[in-house]
Ligand binder design. Sequence first.
Ligand code: BYC
Length: 470
Amino acid sequence: MTGINYSEKIPNNVDLANDRKLQRALEQWQPSFLGWWGEMGPSDFAQSDVYLRTAISVDAQGWAHYGAVKMPEYRWGIFLADAVADRKIGFGDQMGAAAWQQVPGEYRSTLRRLIVTQGDTEPASVEQQRLLGHTCPSLYDLRNLFQINVEEGRHLWAMVYLLHAYFGRDGREEAEELLARHSGDRDKPRILSTFNEPVQDWMSLYCFTYFTDRDGKYQLKSLAESAFDPLSRTCRFMLTEEAHHMFVGETGLGRVIKRTLEVMKELATDDPARIRAHGAVDLPLVQKYLNFWCSSSLDLFGSEISSNSAANFASGLKGRPDEAQYTDHVLRETMIGIDTPGGVQQVPALNALNETMRESYLKDCEIGLKRWNRTIERAGHAIRLTLPSTRFRRSIGSWVNQPVDPQGNLLSREEYDRRLHEWIPSDEDRAYVRSLMQRVVAPGKMAGWIAAPDRGINNLALDYEYVRLQ
Ligand code: BYC
C-alpha cells in the first residue's frame, strides 16, 4: 500500500517531491484552484468547522480520517490506487498487450478530451451546489453537502494531475480552462448539458447525487478499465469516494418519501394539495423530480449509436464498467438492436457501447426505486415511483427532441408541450419546493419535509454538531 505524504504542500502518493518540474507546475495551479474555490465553491461557511473525512491511504478499507476542518484548509491532493503489477489491456484490438504508462502519440488528443470532459464535471457540480448551504434541512445534511463538494474538488485535482503530468503545455492550458468555464455561464458553460442545470433546492441535490453521480460511477468504472494506467489508477480511487455521494442521494430521497408517508398517514389522505399544505413533498412531485434528473442524466452517456465510443473501445482508451464480466472483449463480430424513432436498427455492438452502459446504469438506478416502492407499499398506498422511458426528454441521441411521454409513447408536439408540466416540475412546483427550503441548523433537528436519517456519520449521534457555524 502506498502511503500518502501529508508533509508536502500538495499531499500525494505519486512521489511528487522527486519530479520538481511537475511539482512546481502544480504548485502554480494550486492558488488558482483556491481562488476558484473561494469564488465559486460553497458561498460563505469558509470559517465553519466541518466534520469531514480526508483520505489517509488508498486501500478500500479504513482509508479515511474524520475530523473538524475549515473547508478552505482541506488537504486536496493526488491519490492513485496502487499499481497492479504487470497489468495488461483488458479489451479492444490491443487486448493482452501491456498497459501504457505514457500516452501513445496517436491517442493523445482523444485521451486528453476524455480527461478534460471528466475533469470539467467535478468543479461544475461544486458550482451548481454553491448556494445550497443556506437552505440546509439539517447540520447532518449540510456536512454531507460539504463532504461531497470537497471531494469533487479533489476529483478535479485528480484530472489536473493527469493533464499536467502527461500532456505538457496543452495539459496545463486545459487545467486553466477547467477553472475558467462555469456552470450555466452563457459564454463559457461547462461541457456536458446536465452540469449547466441549476441545482437550487435540496430535492434537486438528492436527485443529482442519485442520478448524475451514478453516471459518474459508470463513467469512472469504464475509465478505470483504460489501457492508460495512470487514468485507471486515479479513477479506481475516485470510485471509493463516489459511493458516499450516491448514498446521500438514495437516503435523501428515501427520507423525503418516509416523511411524506408519515404526513399522509397523519392526515389520512393522498391529496397532493393537503400534503403540500402540511409542508411535505407529495409523491407525484417526487416523481416529477425523478423524471427531470433521470432524463437529463441519460444524456450523459452520449448517443446510442456512436463512432466515438467504438473508437475509444477498440483503441483501449475506455472500456465497459466491470469489463471482466463480459465474455467478448473485442466486439468485432456482434450486432445489437437499437430502439430509434424509425424502428429497431441493427448496429455493430462496438458502436452501441454508450447504450450498453446506459442499460446497466438504469438497472443500478432501479435498485433505489424498488426500495422506496417497498416502503410505499408497506404504508398501504397504490402509487409506485418509476424511471422515465429512455426516449423521454432526450437532448442527445436517436430520440433527441421527440415529443414522447415518460411511458415512451410518441405524442403530437402540441400535446407534449401542453402536458410537459405534468411530468417534470412546473414553475409552481419549483416555487413550492423553494418555499420549503428553510435553513435548519439546531443540532439533531430536521426540516419538516424530510425524516431523520437512520444513523449519524462515522458512528456519531444524530445530534452531533457536524458543522460548527462561525
Ligand atoms: N452534453 O458520440 P457521442 C461525473 C458530445 S459524471 C453535451 O454521442 P461519446 C460527476 C460529445 O462530447 C461523468 N455534449 O458520445 C457526476 C461529443 O463531442 P465531441 C463524467 C455531449 O463521445 C456528478 C459529441 O457530443 N465523465 O463524473 O461517445 C458530480 C458526440 O458524442 C453530451 C464522462 O463523461 C452531453 N450530454 O460520449 C461530479 C467521461 N453527450 O467530443 C462528477 C468522459 C455527448 O465530438 N466523457 N456529447 O466534441 C466521455 O466518455 C464522453 O465524452 C461522453 C460522450 C460519454 C460524455
